[in-house]
Write a protein that binds this ligand. Structure first.
Ligand code: PMP
Length: 361
């Protein structure tokens, strides 16, 4: 049989490598590899999912008006400037599909989220990776890489897998320095973990070419539901809605996300527990010679002497039923990314790394 050839460039698209969730031969694992919320979603979101069962024969909303209103209310934003997607992945894809094509360049940073080059190629554009400086996005390096073909710059703030952040002033300098033909996408997947950080909404309000994206997969504990949103000018939102499928979000996903965003009490609990356990875990690991940058997220980038030690530690953790993430593919071969779990998970991971390092477990 002859094989049908796909469109040019399709076979250059890398397959996304997600966090592992099983270890062969180990029955009970603690998964700390995908930055999920260890407390799950709000109980109100679970109730909303159950309640949605009675209307599953109906098509869902096409304009997501209720979810957008709830998001707008929670963040003090104009709901007409919000677009919702199947995870923030889909919102990022809308941006690439609508604004970049063959011959265009899409900039992302050295340790940036691995979906950026994938979605750039899905749009037929060329991804261009630029270096970071000491595990932080570097504005000058980005600006030096921008040329007449650059259409999009993706910046994660706080970064994944680095967990570091750049200041509002630096973000503003980047937005200010970009030419008018170039969009800046501020990926705020972890913004809720940073006290007092607006994720970049004020920057969106000041610069016509800035888009912010957010997700329900992290602090809201709804990774399995696949809901994300973007905030931009009315004209950009109008463009993004034209490449969006009318029924992209299921009725169940919409109900869950709406209930989750309204449950401020549960959100505050998750934020506080994450902050407390993150500080504790960072401190304990530092004491046994495993440093990490101060984290602004729900994970820690633990650094080891070299790649061999990082991989040996990862192998050992797996034997203990603890799954963390190797990040060599993000140009961080000496590090492991560890999601901040609940108290038991954090204690177990610290004890296991202590044992690995040769101390008392
Ligand atoms: N951006 C970043 C930086 C992420 O880490 C993730 C999830 N790993 C996403 C976007 C996509 O999240 P989702 O599609 O689940 O909303």
């Amino acid at each position: 049989m002859t094989q049908i050839t796909p469109q040019p460039g399709i076979m250059d698209i890398a397959l996304y490598q997600g966090g592992q969730s099983h270890v062969a031969g180990v029955e009970h694992v603690i998964k700390l590899s995908s930055n999920e919320n260890p407390f799950g979603p709000s109980p109100k979101a679970i109730e909303a999912v159950r309640n949605s069962a009675g209307t599953l024969h109906r098509y869902p909303s096409t304009d997501h008006a209720e979810l957008r209103a709830a998001v707008g209310e929670r963040h003090g934003l104009d709901a007409a400037r919000v677009v919702c997607g199947v995870g923030s992945d889909e919102v990022l894809q809308f941006v690439a599909q609508a604004y970049a094509g063959p011959g265009d360049e899409v900039i992302y940073t050295e340790h940036g989220f691995s979906m950026y080059p994938i979605i750039a190629r899905m749009a037929g554009a060329t991804p261009v990776m630029v270096a970071e400086r000491a595990r932080k996005v570097d504005v000058d390096t980005i600006l030096a890489a921008v040329n007449g073909q650059t259409r999009i710059v993706f910046v994660t703030n706080p970064g994944n897998p680095t967990s570091t952040m750049i200041s509002d002033a630096e973000l503003e300098r980047l937005a200010d320095g970009l030419p008018a033909h170039c969009l800046m996408v501020l990926d705020g997947a972890y913004a809720e973990f940073v006290d007092g950080f607006d994720g970049g909404t004020s920057l969106v309000d000041r610069f016509e070419n800035v888009i912010m994206t957010r997700t329900f997969s992290k602090v809201y504990g709804l990774g399995g539901m696949r809901v994300g949103w973007g905030y931009a000018s009315k004209s950009i939102i109008d463009v993004l809605n034209r490449v969006r499928q009318p029924f992209n979000l299921s009725l169940t996903a919409l109900a869950a996300a709406e209930a989750a965003v309204k449950d401020e009490e549960f959100l505050a609990f998750c934020q506080a527990e994450n902050a407390r356990l993150r500080v504790w875990m960072t401190g304990e690991l530092a004491k046994i010679g495993v440093p990490s940058d101060p984290s602004c997220t729900n994970f820690i980038l633990a650094r080891f002497a070299n790649q061999t030690e990082a991989e040996a530690c990862d192998d050992y953790l797996k034997t203990q039923g603890l799954i963390v993430r190797r990040v060599a593919g993000y140009n961080l071969p000496n590090a492991l990314r560890i999601t901040v779990g609940d108290e038991e998970a954090c204690r177990r991971v610290v004890a296991a790394i202590t044992a690995f390092k040769g101390g008392a477990a």
